[in-house]
Every structure is written in structure tokens, then in C-alpha cells.
Design a protein around this ligand. Structure first.
Ligand SMILES: Nc1ncnc2c1ncn2[C@@H]1O[C@H](COP(=O)(O)OP(=O)(O)OP(=O)(O)O)[C@@H](O)[C@H]1O
Ligand SMILES: [Mg+2]
Length: 274
């Protein structure tokens, strides 16, 4: 089987969008037949996925279902992915992980600078750009701090700044809030949604948290046995209210797809005795 080819670049996306045409706009991400095996075990089994520029997509699935494997493939970090089809992504892609991956020997500003485009891109000073990105995530004044001097939530903010400073067309996030406490996580949800509204990148957010998925995303996918078992549109206004009955319906459908009852028990189990 042929290696997956990265075929679509940002120039093509721009050109296609600016030309009036009955053809739908170019996809931000387009996968066809994406397959990945480790030894005899097939983790991704011919996945087809397409989403348009600017869509916020969440990817749910059990631990070990292949979420990170899919994200790594989309990020172009997995050179052993094979498929019968194609992988098309924009040119500017940023990735955020569960741990911030800040370099401990570089100050916060210098870490963000690592993600910044050079001055030749548009004449803008990279340091000024990095400072602006830090201000956007609420870290103005912490430019000279060492990563070890930041809290976990602040480190993730710095990681977001480093990802956003290059103004990605596609932001890939692998459980970026998984290690944060519940309150910090809710604040990060608000921040991420605000940043998305301002910059409008396409987003693929991997999470194991159904509430996080329905709070943030416009579309939620469930990966199961190597396939996308659910593809659910969540067309509700933001900020979303936890008690919204429609949100509750989406939550229940996703929990059922994951084999969990809304009360936390396994789907199909009888009533609790206690
Ligand atoms: N480099 C590797 N070598 C062998 N097996 C691997 C490798 N990377 C991933 N796997 C296997 O592929 C499966 C999917 O892994 P993956 O990390 O994508 O799961 P995940 O859905 O992200 O899980 P989690 O929610 O725990 O992060 C797992 O069974 C894992 O053991
Ligand atoms: Mg993972």
C-alpha cells in the first residue's frame, strides 16, 4: 500500500475559496481509507473523514481506541500510516498535547517564539507576535518566567500560545486539559472557545470527556474498533449551558455509544441494587 500523501497546501485552499464556484470549499482535513496497524493489531481500519475549514471537531473513544494514533497521523507525525487513499491537511498545523512540552531551559517568551514565524513571513517582529499570543492566553507579564515557575494551567496556556502564534489553519489537540483540575479545565474551555472564535482554525480535539466534547465542539466523533462509529453534529449556541436538555440528549447518545449509562454504570447493566 502506498504511503499517505499530504497533498493540499494553504495556497490551494485560499485559491479555491476566493474563486466563485458551485464546488464546495476545500476541506481543512480530508482522510480516505486511513489505516494503521501495530503488528497484527489494526488500530485504524480504513477511516474516512472530512471536515471543512473552521469546524471544531471533538474525537471521543475509549482508552486505546486509537485517538492519539489518528491525531498523530493527521499531524503528519506518523510515517508508518498506510492507506488506500489520501490525507489532505492545510499547510499551517499546530499540535497541543496533554503535557505542555515547554522547554524547561527556555523562558516562556522564548518557548512561544519557537512556534512563531520569522519576520520574513509578513514583516512582523516575531517577539512582538509572541508577546501578543501570551497576552491572548492571559499570560502578559509572565514572558520572562521559566516554565517550572508556571502552574499546570498556565503551562497549558503557554503551550496554546506557542500553537496559536503561527496562526494555524488546523489546531490538533490531544487531551490538552486532561491533567488539569476541574475548575481550571472549565476556564481553559472558555479560553479555547474564545481563541477559536477570534482565529477560526479548524480544530480536532481528542478527549475522553463527553462533557468537554459537547461543551466545545460543533461535531463529535466516536472512534470504536478502528472506525468512526458516531458522527454527531452539535448545533447549539455558545456558551453552552450544562442543563440544556438538547445538550443532555447529545451527551446521552455519546455515552451510550461509549457503552456507559448517564449515571456512570455500564450500558446494558440492570438497575443498581444499593
Ligand atoms: N508505537 C506503538 N507501538 C505499538 N502499539 C502502539 C503504538 N502506539 C499505539 N499503540 C497501540 O495502539 C492502540 C491505540 O493507541 P492510542 O494511543 O492511539 O489510543 P488512545 O485512544 O489515544 O488512548 P488514550 O485515551 O489512553 O490516550 C493501543 O492499543 C496502543 O497500545
Ligand atoms: Mg491518547
Amino acid at each position: 500500500m502506498a504511503p499517505i500523501a499530504q497533498q493540499l497546501n494553504a495556497q490551494q485552499v485560499t485559491a479555491q475559496q476566493s474563486t466563485p464556484s458551485p464546488v464546495p470549499p476545500a476541506s481543512a482535513v480530508s482522510l480516505t481509507g486511513l489505516t494503521r496497524s501495530f503488528g497484527a493489531r489494526t488500530v485504524l481500519d480504513g477511516i474516512d473523514l472530512e471536515f471543512p475549514p473552521g469546524q471544531f471537531v471533538a474525537l471521543l473513544g475509549h482508552s486505546g481506541s486509537g485517538k492519539s494514533t489518528l491525531l498523530r497521523a493527521v499531524a503528519g507525525l506518523d510515517h508508518d500510516t498506510v492507506g488506500t487513499g489520501e490525507l489532505a491537511t492545510p499547510e499551517r498545523v499546530s499540535v497541543v498535547f496533554q503535557d505542555s512540552r515547554l522547554l524547561p531551559w527556555r523562558r516562556v517568551l522564548d518557548n512561544v517564539l519557537l512556534g512563531a514565524p520569522g519576520r520574513e513571513a509578513d514583516g512582523r517582529d516575531p517577539a512582538e507576535r509572541a508577546r501578543a499570543a501570551l497576552a491572548e492566553v492571559g499570560l502578559a507579564g509572565r514572558e520572562n518566567a521559566w516554565p517550572g515557575e508556571l502552574s499546570g494551567g498556565e503551562q497549558q496556556r503557554a503551550a496554546l500560545a506557542r500553537a496559536l502564534v503561527r496562526e494555524p489553519e488546523l489546531l490538533l489537540a490531544d487531551e490538552p486539559f486532561g491533567a488539569l483540575d476541574a475548575l481550571t479545565r472549565i476556564r481553559m474551555h472558555t479560553l479555547l472557545r474564545e481563541l477559536w472564535q477570534r482565529h477560526h482554525p479548524s480544530v480536532l480535539l481528542v478527549t475522553h470527556d463527553v462533557d468537554e466534547a459537547v461543551a466545545l465542539a460543533d461535531r463529535v466523533l466516536v472512534l470504536d474498533h478502528g472506525r468512526l462509529a458516531v458522527d454527531l453534529g452539535v448545533d447549539l449556541p455558545h456558551p453552552r449551558v450544562y442543563r440544556d436538555p438538547q445538550l443532555g440528549e447529545h451527551r446521552e447518545r455519546l455515552l451510550a455509544a461509549l457503552g456507559v449509562r448517564p449515571d456512570g454504570g455500564p450500558a446494558g447493566a440492570g438497575p443498581q441494587e444499593d
